[in-house]
Design a protein around this ligand. Structure first.
Ligand code: ADP
Length: 406
């Protein structure tokens, strides 16, 4: 029997999200998540997609990642899809930080585990949780290829001029300080899907990808290769996000320490969790912000305006970096759903060849689509991202020794 299924795992410190895909047709067999691992009220939600069955929910104590994966396997087994199935070809793991070394998806062995561990100082929140998920899955199925797909990999093609901060080189290198970028799996998928939408090969087009979710990042992609991205050493740099500030003068931090009497940890929390849209207006959900804007709420309007101003600056910057742009692609929760954000971000950029057609922009859908008028020199597109499919595709291609990227 040929093995065509891939399990995609995204392991956080207290959660595991998963999807099981059949790579013959990229269909989704099951999806779910375990949250609040290690707490009394852990919760598992499982949806058997291949049968169109109802979601099942379970609450109770799931002590650790090992218990979580076993619970997931038991749920999958109820539909004949358990982790012990011979039809499972591989497990693909989302790994946030791959440093400079991991430029491609990689089959995990002891050396790879050690390298992911070595990167913990630059990804203290994410890599330990990713490692726990990988080790647990390897213990459950030691015979199965397990593949790490890195959030940073797509950005490793950035030239030094974009990847380096203008700080003392010895200090930077001693602490591995450089711009790594994140959301790479999404930027890779969306830039390729945008080329496909234009009827071109990825090598033939230059795309600005705007991944606007709760976390948000922009990237400049030349001929399929990333040449700049807005997140840096950590996901804090760049665009205004749901709860993160994005770009600001680094001296704000010294000021908060010296004048505000705040500690490094307090400032870290302020800038990552209490800034961005939520810091500006108390809401981080763009639906709620738009509702308030429509009611004339001034703080929501200011938050929206700051968000759009920053977005527009990045479109302009990446236009200049690329020289010639074929498409601007909006993706993720805000990018795929918030027509007012797309309209405002592109407004006034007609001289750059950018425009949005109001009617096309208002259409909702789950397929990639153009929203620019025919006369526009640069295509503006909405391209839904699919990080799980991308991880499964890369994983399957690697274990099959073939490249079948869509
Ligand atoms: P994450 O970064 O957590 O993966 P998503 O890509 O799912 O986030 O995006 C989540 C965000 O998308 C929400 O916080 C919300 O601001 C926004 N969003 C989702 N649906 C809509 C919608 N219909 N209109 C406007 N914004 C939306």
């Amino acid at each position: 029997m040929s093995s065509t299924r891939v399990l995609v795992l995204n392991s956080g410190s207290s959660s595991v999200k998963y999807q099981l895909l059949d790579m013959r047709d990229s269909s989704r067999l099951a999806a779910g998540l375990v949250e609040r691992i290690g707490e009394e009220t852990s919760r598992l939600e499982h949806t058997p997609l291949h049968t169109g069955g109802e979601s099942r929910e379970w609450t109770g104590t799931i002590a650790d990642h090992d218990a979580a994966l076993k619970a997931v396997s038991a749920e999958l087994a109820k539909d004949g899809l358990g982790l012990d199935s011979p039809e499972l070809a591989a497990i693909g793991h989302r790994v946030v930080h791959g440093g400079r070394r991991f430029t491609e998806p990689t089959v995990i062995d002891d050396a790879v585990l050690a390298e992911i561990e070595r990167l913990i100082p630059v990804a203290p929140l994410h890599n330990p949780a990713n490692l726990t998920g990988i080790r647990t899955a390897m213990a459950l199925r030691p015979d199965l290829p397990q593949v790490a797909v890195f959030d940073t990999a797509f950005h490793t093609t950035m030239p030094e001029s974009a990847a380096r901060y203008a700080i003392d080189v010895e200090t930077a290198d001693a602490h591995r300080i450089r711009r790594y970028g994140f959301h790479g799996t999404s930027h890779a998928y969306v830039s390729r899907a945008t080329a496909k939408l234009l009827g071109k090969a990825p090598e033939e087009v230059n795309v600005i990808v705007l991944h606007l979710g709760n976390g948000a990042s922009a990237s400049a992609v030349r001929g399929g290769r990333c040449v700049d991205t807005s997140m840096g050493l950590t996901p804090l740099e760049g665009l205004v996000m749901g709860t993160r500030s994005g770009d600001m003068d680094p001296a704000v931090i010294f000021h908060l320490m010296r004048v505000g009497g705040m500690s490094a940890d307090e400032i870290d929390s302020l800038l990552n969790k209490k800034s961005g849209l939520i810091g500006l207006c108390g809401d981080n959900d763009m639906r709620e912000i738009r509702r308030r804007v429509d009611e004339g709420d001034e703080r929501a309007q200011l938050a929206f305006d700051i968000y759009i101003h920053r977005l527009k600056k990045y479109i302009g910057a990446y236009y200049a970096v690329l020289g010639k742009v074929d498409a601007v692609a909006f993706t993720a929760g805000v990018g795929e759903n918030a027509a007012p954000v797309r309209e405002a971000a592109v407004a006034g950029l007609e001289e750059l060849g950018l425009a949005v057609d109001a009617e096309l922009n208002a259409v909702r859908g789950s397929e990639p689509r153009l929203i620019s008028p025919e006369y526009a020199r640069v295509a503006v597109a909405v391209v839904p991202t699919d990080e799980e499919l991308e991880i499964a595709t890369q994983t399957y291609a690697l274990v099959n020794g073939s490249s079948n990227l869509t």
